[in-house]
Ligand binder design. Sequence first.
Ligand code: GTQ
Length: 354
Amino acid sequence: MSQLGTLEDLPIGFRQGLTATNLVPLWPNLRGALPHGIPTRRTRPLLWRYSEIRPQLMEAGRLTPIEKAERRVLVLANPGLGLENMQATPSIYIGMQLILPGETAPNHKHSPSAVRFVVEGAGGFTVVEGERCPMEPGDLILTPSGLWHEHGHTGSEPVVWMDALDLPLVFALEASYCTEGEPQNIRNEPDASQTRYRRSGLVPWSGWMRPPTNYPLVRFPWRDVKAALADLASVTPRGEAVRLAYVNPETGRECLPILGFSAVQLRPGESLALPRHSASAVMNIVDGAGVAEIDGVQLQFEQFDTIAVPTHARVRIENSSSTKPAHLFVVDDAPMQRKLGFYEILANEALPPI
Ligand code: GTQ
């Protein structure tokens, strides 16, 4: 590969002329824009400890009333990308949201898509387009682009959930905005989409016979995901991943356009290399403890911790318990990359054991 010319090679007068006319020579920047073999990644493999997030979130609850916040969220910002940019990875925004008993987070809709993955507490709920979805720990609730959503809390303890949004991408496209609305009227039975689409492989006939809707199912209860993982584990040889994808039950495809979701069970003592791929990801530890090794960086994880995974990273995860399984919830931007035509599964060279 040849050595390309630098900016300094060029006479100062020529450079000044370019700048004055809003022109930039490509060749000094070519390798930066198109590096050989692997993208340049500023995203750091990083772990946010829930034991460090929680007390600060509760303090935010004391300091900032919900009216002053609308959404009381501490954002998990990757320092490699600049804290002020609020990116866990280049495309994924992650926040931990606290709602206290009796509070409501007002109705709105926005161009980015969001999901909630419940961490702790009972009695929280989200209303999505008039459908009231209960929020129990581990449940995934979709609030896709353009759908009205508001949150409330009828329980007695703090409720915390993880928000994942495609905000950084939509923001970079200068397409991110929000509309506020009046509180929604509850439109149908609570949790109606979950009632209709409860059983994998069975969908309401009336829905199936028309062109698929974008978001037929908006809540995926953890109870069912956990049970399905346990069933899958019983027929999956060790060394093979016990992993389920969250999909649109009418199309079998990803349930949101940009972000994708999956759940992993690590069996007792299991150490698993995830397929290396071109997507970035965030992992939330639903339960259990262990070690994640991401591009050689070792991160000890415990329940409710959150981990950022850069694009193209080598990832190995290990359950440190010899008796109990560990569960992880994974958000990635593979659906977007697939649509744009550059999603790849990459060679996973042998990884040394942790
Ligand atoms: O709950 O609707 O973390 O609109 C960021 C933006 C949560 C929400 C966030 C949002 C929300």
